[in-house]
Design a protein around this ligand. Structure first.
Ligand SMILES: Nc1ncnc2c1ncn2[C@@H]1O[C@H](COP(=O)(O)OP(=O)(O)OP(=O)(O)O)[C@@H](O)[C@H]1O
Ligand SMILES: [Mg+2]
Length: 143
C-alpha cells in the first residue's frame, strides 16, 4: 500500500481488503487516528485489521473508552466520542498507552482531542457518500 492511499468502498469486502493491506504496514509503536461520522465504518476497519493479527473479538470501545487486545500484536483501541474533558483522558492513563512502544494504538474520533496527541503515524478518514458508497483515505504522517 502506498500513501496517501484513497479508494472507494462499495461493500464490506472492499473495506476488509483495504484493512488487510493496511495491516501489513503497521508496526508496534504506531498510532492510527480514525475519523469519520457515526457508522462510517471505523470500528469495522479496526476489527479487520486486528483479524490479520489473529485477534477475533474486537468490538466498539465507545462505552469502555479503551479496549486492549493481545495476540501476535498488542493493540490499544480507543474511542474518544464520549470524552467530555481532557482530564478524563489523563485519568485513564492515555500518556502511558501512547508511550508504549510495543503496542499499536487505534483512536476513533481522535479529531475531538487531537491536541493531546504528541505523535501520529497514520490518519484514516472514512467518508460516507451514500448508503453503499464510502471513500477511505489514509495518510502517513511524518514523526
Ligand atoms: N463498506 C463498508 N465498510 C464498513 N462498514 C460497512 C460497509 N458497508 C456496510 N457497513 C456497515 O456499517 C457499519 C459501520 O459501523 P461501525 O461501528 O464500524 O462505524 P463507526 O464508524 O465505528 O461508528 P461510531 O462512530 O459509532 O463508532 C457496520 O454495521 C458495517 O457492517
Ligand atoms: Mg466505532
Amino acid at each position: 500500500m502506498e500513501f496517501p492511499f484513497e479508494t472507494k468502498l462499495f461493500r464490506e469486502t472492499d473495506t476488509i481488503e483495504t484493512a488487510k493491506k493496511f495491516s501489513s504496514c503497521l508496526v508496534p509503536g504506531d498510532v492510527v487516528l480514525l475519523n469519520g461520522n457515526l457508522g462510517a465504518g471505523k470500528t469495522f476497519f479496526v476489527k479487520y485489521v486486528c483479524k490479520e493479527f489473529a485477534i477475533e473479538n474486537v468490538s466498539s470501545p465507545s462505552f469502555a473508552i479503551i479496549n486492549e487486545y493481545i495476540n501476535s500484536k498488542k493493540i490499544f483501541h480507543f474511542d474518544f466520542y464520549r470524552i467530555k474533558k481532557e482530564t478524563e483522558l489523563y485519568d485513564i492513563g492515555i500518556e502511558e498507552y501512547l508511550s508504549n512502544d510495543e503496542a499499536i494504538v487505534f483512536i476513533e474520533w481522535a479529531q475531538l482531542w487531537e491536541g493531546i496527541l504528541h505523535h501520529k503515524s497514520y490518519v484514516v478518514n472514512i467518508e460516507l457518500n451514500g448508503i453503499d458508497e464510502r471513500t477511505i483515505r489514509i495518510i502517513k504522517c511524518q514523526n
